[in-house]
Design a protein around this ligand. Structure first.
Ligand code: SF4
Length: 319
């Protein structure tokens, strides 16, 4: 089941039941209001229900992951003879062809088809043995290893939510660049994401710098793939209060000599309060942007770190 909305927004794949579609095994839905009401302002959704797509019907008998020898199968809970493993794998390959324009995917947790991770895997006798990804989600993630993915439950965590949306915007910007990549455009893309990467992973930040320095010499297509792989590896690391403080101090270094001693003291005090968890990230970032309006710097102004996603989503108000 696929459904598309208007074309002006970034597109996310999503499990249909999270949009309120009554497609679950018991004809219910798992409508998530944060996704449709808040994220829906900025993203359009392409919905997939793999179990309905393979013809299981609504309602339908429940299925689950079952370990059979070294394989994980998807079988009926009541009728172990029912095995839809191959049908779900086939559908996952078909659906992946429709996902080329997606900039992220929100999966329904705990589903043997859609769960991103930690879905229960049972023994053939029905005892819980282990856990792993749902079979459909696993197929999509294998086809698109860099695609930002998340589950609806984890989106309720402020840090995971901010990280997912930031990854979506980085990935989406890369999608705009990748087809017309030149050494110069790679350097520009990297330059504008430097502080973003630094906030997530200092080691990868240095590796990316070395990679981009070779932009004129290496095979550009391969270089682009290597760049994306490293970039998304970094973005998958949660930025910490310490790493954000480090980045903010770096940025402050670009204009601190222009500040009066009172302004400098105020900024340092706000940074310290953020470091100690007394203020959210939005406060020092807003103050820095204020000083950048007074003392413009083109390089800092170009950094996506200062405007990673729409401020109306208020993602930095709680981290
Ligand atoms: S979790 Fe996936 S398979 Fe299950 S109802 Fe939702 S969209 Fe369909």
């Amino acid at each position: 089941m696929e459904e598309k909305g208007n074309n002006s927004k970034i597109t996310l794949g999503i499990s249909s039941c999270l949009l309120g579609q009554e497609v679950r095994f018991d004809s219910s839905h798992k409508h998530n209001r944060y996704i449709t009401d808040s994220l829906g302002e900025y993203f359009q959704f392409q919905a997939f229900c793999p179990e309905v797509a393979i013809g299981l019907g609504i309602p339908r008998p429940a299925i689950r992951l079952v370990k059979v020898s070294n394989d994980v199968r998807v079988r009926g809970v009541k009728d172990p003879e029912q095995d839809v493993t191959d049908a779900i794998k086939d559908y996952s390959r078909q659906a992946a062809k429709l996902c080329t324009e997606l900039s992220g995917y929100i999966f329904k947790s705990k589903s043997p088809s859609c769960g991103m991770e930690r879905v229960k895997i049972y023994s053939e006798k029905g005892d819980p043995l282990d856990n792993g990804p749902g079979l459909y989600a696993q197929g999509i993630m294998q086809q698109y290893p860099f695609l930002p993915v998340e589950e609806e439950g984890r989106l309720m965590d402020a840090h995971l939510r901010e990280n997912f949306i930031e990854r979506v915007f980085v990935y989406h910007r890369w999608q705009q660049y990748q087809n017309t990549l030149t050494p110069a455009s790679l350097v520009e893309f990297h330059s504008r994401h430097k502080f973003t990467v630094l906030a997530h992973d200092e080691k990868v930040y240095r590796e990316l710098g070395r990679l981009v320095a070779d932009a004129g010499k290496a095979d550009l297509k391969q270089l682009g793939k290597n760049y994306m792989s490293l970039l998304m590896t970094a973005m998958n690391q949660l930025a910490t209060t310490k790493s954000h403080t480090n980045v903010l101090q770096h940025i402050m270094g670009f204009f601190k000599d222009k500040l009066s001693s009172e302004d400098k003291q105020e900024l340092l005090s706000v940074l310290d309060d953020y470091r100690l968890g007394k203020l959210p990230l939005i406060v020092p970032v807003t103050l820095i942007k204020h000083y950048l309006r007074l003392y413009p710097d083109d390089y800092i102004a170009s950094q996506y770190y200062l405007n990673p996603h729409p401020k109306e989503l208020m993602l930095r108000n709680r981290i």
